[in-house]
Design a protein around this ligand. Sequence first.
Ligand SMILES: [Zn+2]
Ligand SMILES: [Zn+2]
Length: 474
Amino acid sequence: MSYLQLAHLNRDIKLENGLNIKEYREWRRGYQKRTIYSCKRCGSGEESLYWSACHFCGQECPYCEACLTMGRVRFCSLLLSGGTADNGRLMVEDARQSFGHLENYIKPWGLSEAQTRASLEGLQFITGERGKDRHGLLAKEPRKFLIWAVTGAGKTEMIFPFVHITVANGGRVLIATPRKDVVLELQPRISRAFSDYSVVTLYGGSEQRWEQGQITIATTHQLMRFNEAFDLVIIDEIDAFPYHNNPMLAYAAAKVCKRSGVNILLSATPPKGVRQAAERGHLPHVRVPVRFHKNPLPVPELIAAPSLNKSINTRALPNSLFAKLVASVERGAQLFVFVPNIRLVEPTVDLLRVKLQGGNMLCIEGTSSKDPDRTERVHRFRNRDIRVLVTTTILERGVTVPKSDVFILDADSKLFDEAALVQMAGRAGRSKDDPAGMVYFAAKEITRSQKEAIRQIEKMNRIARKRGYFERGK
Ligand SMILES: [Zn+2]
Ligand SMILES: [Zn+2]
């Protein structure tokens, strides 16, 4: 309590009640008074508030269910929020930002030409002037910059210069990603690259919950712990669950960054709103249209095929699809076979076993979000122990296998939108040793999503070719 008192007297923390109240009069109901509550920690509105008899304040009192896992926020409970002193823009020594100066932050990381260009633009943005509103006052929100990088572009390396320039100038950095395994994978790379700085990882069940680092790597849900604490916030895969359509996390993501700070957004498939803002010039951005190995993205090939249900019922595969599957197996690739929903996984595995296994010992398995052995199966797929893995969009991101081909069955399903198709296609051709993996969309019909996905991939290839990013002859 005495620490809190001291912090309060120093104005380092804010003491508030847990929920916001907004009162207004509704003209449609004869100017009746209406009260709206919302959570100050996670931003959730009325739909997440639960009213109960409260033994603290002795009356009916609402609490927030959305962020309950971090302790109960009640209307009558105390919410402490600390902010870090915000002295305006991070002072980068020699703010004249000559190109030569910024390039010093890029050189150590061995970036490709396309990565260098994106990083340089990002650095110029970070060290640039803070935005002003139309009254000429300093903007109250952190500035945003989008990096629209194709799957396999090597975005981790691209953010190193941003982290570097921020910590070298005394700032704090947060890297947020939707998946815990990405946090665990990033930790050793960042720690090695920035051995002079403290690195903290935060995720459900992590032991560093109360530690502070100059660099924090966290899952998205941990963002609610912070309030205007970072000079640079890098948000990975802004279109992935759990950001997509989740206002709670969007609220938290905006709150964790100091007002004078910078938000860097990363995505291979930005959601429509973000994409439009970028294309219309409202959101500063840079595209990285080429993979780190300087080869074009594999363009999906369309295969006409009956619906998967029909193939399963008749126990038959169309010849066109069968021939491509055999060709992939024979060239020694690992096969990702995507199906639109979980109940199709097992029957598809059975069908492929009958059709493909023949006399040889080809291992064909399936996995989904309901599979308790998913981690182990993915591991066996990576080790080439499993050669054909039937799965759902659960594996559309994250799993990278050196030599792989992608088959998307029932590609005309409503469950596969343009972004999902691009992400799944992005599993092929990731490695330098096998850059030209194959991607197939097998379907009865050609949907708009399939066309748009192909168009998006071809457009990125065209931009890359025009800028001369491909290896000679590609
Ligand atoms: Zn809440
Ligand atoms: Zn109460």
